[in-house]
Design a protein. Structure first.
Length: 81
């Protein structure tokens, strides 16, 4: 995969960083992959996306941890959509 064809990914928050609100992993590539049920852009489920606005920072960090696990497992490594 060339650098230009790599998917855009938001970086997870630094471990233990509590100095600011936990930012959204959204990268404005919003498409749900039918096979995995994950957004191709941010690798969140529809429930995670829908609940994000009302989540406390601790819950958002849990979502980020799942995103990192999904990335490492290659949940959408074959191009997703």
């Amino acid at each position: 995969m060339t650098p230009a064809s790599r998917p855009v990914r938001a970086a997870p928050p630094a471990p233990g960083d509590t100095t600011r609100p936990v930012r959204s992993p959204c990268v404005s590539i919003c498409h749900i992959d039918a096979a995995s049920g994950l957004c191709v852009g941010c690798q969140r489920t529809l429930d995670e996306i829908g609940d994000w606005g009302s989540m406390a920072d601790g819950e958002r960090l849990e979502v980020w941890a799942r995103i990192v696990e999904r990335r490492e497992a290659g949940a959408l490594s074959r191009g997703g959509a």
